[in-house]
Design a protein around this ligand. Structure first.
Ligand code: R5P
Length: 297
């Protein structure tokens, strides 16, 4: 039997009411502890924002430029990201399990770039996401596409499975050849994802009305980057997206296809978490890129 607690020094802080802090993320106050804890691993509580590095492109387009050797070119970057967005195959094969960054796993797939891209199914179980200690799963939703209903159903099935284990679902609003990127479309697609249960929504930036897209989505929005742009344009897009209500970025090609991905990651971090203007962030990128060239690792 343990000894009885005989010290008469208990302090119940009677003058202090019990702490009951609201959860820091938009629309996320009603989730269970495990779900909130996973979200707090993806989004920094200090800023409420995230810099996710998206490297899942191979799930439909094979060895994308910049991702030919994830173990060589990407693994060294994971210490500088808030979360990594990748497939379970790349995670198990190419990312050391000793890394501390949380992982959001691409959980839908099927068609390659050679076929109809919207023809996706759920491509992994929640059990495997739990086994891999994931902080979330991501699923593509093709609103307006030929497989709209099925891809929405893919998401809702994952949301139901995720709620059982406290796993957030990132609904990814696809844009493709036939889908536009204006605020009307993005507002429709992001709202549908949130209404049907996605805890986070990933979408693209649009020049006009992006603040209406983020305002109309009751859960956090993270922005994809899209095709490779000149660095100043990519940093400006990130800055404007954050300024107009995005809770972070889930960027890929505009980081890993630059000549200096670590420098670009630092610059994006500066924009997202420290409010650097695009010009200051570009200065940071150029300084770090020049230093990396002068003394390669
Ligand atoms: C593409 O389908 C992938 O899901 C990417 O995660 C997403 O597009 C973000 O990457 P990028 O910034 O390169 O567009």
């Amino acid at each position: 039997m343990p000894e009885a607690d005989s010290l008469d020094r208990k302090d119940f802080h009677l003058s202090q009411p019990a702490r009951n802090e609201p959860f820091f993320l938009k629309g996320s106050g009603a989730y269970d502890w495990g779900m909130q804890n996973r979200l707090a691993r993806i989004f920094r509580p200090a800023t409420g924002r995230t810099v996710m590095l998206a490297i899942d492109h191979g799930y439909f387009q094979g060895p994308t430029s910049g991702l030919e050797r994830v173990d060589v070119d990407i693994a060294p970057l994971v210490g500088s990201v808030d979360a990594l967005f990748c497939t379970r195959g790349i995670l198990r094969s190419s990312i050391p399990a000793s890394m501390s960054a949380p992982v959001v796993l691409r959980a839908s797939g099927g068609p390659s770039i050679l076929r109809e891209l919207s023809d996706e199914e759920i491509a992994m179980s929640i059990d495997d996401a739990v086994r891999l200690n994931a902080a979330g799963v991501g699923v593509q939703v093709f609103v307006g596409g030929p497989n709209e209903t099925r891809t929405v159903h893919n998401m809702t099935q994952l949301v139901d499975a995720g709620l059982k284990v406290g796993m957030p679902v990132l609904g990814v609003t696809a844009v493709g050849r036939e889908l536009t990127r204006d605020s009307r479309y993005l507002g429709l697609a992001t709202r549908i994802c949130a209404e049907l249960g996605a805890q986070v929504v990933k979408t693209y930036f649009c020049e006009e009305g992006f603040e209406k897209v983020t305002a109309g989505c009751p859960v956090p929005i993270v922005m994809a980057g899209g095709k490779k742009l000149p660095e100043l344009e990519a940093l400006t897009m990130a800055y404007e997206g954050i300024d107009q209500g995005a809770a972070g970025v889930d960027m890929g090609r505009n980081i890993f296809q630059t000549d200096a991905p670590a420098a670009m990651l630092a610059a994006i971090n500066g924009v997202v978490h420290d409010g650097l203007t695009p010009k200051l962030a570009l200065d940071l990128f150029e300084t770090l890129a020049a230093a990396a060239t002068a003394s390669p690792a």
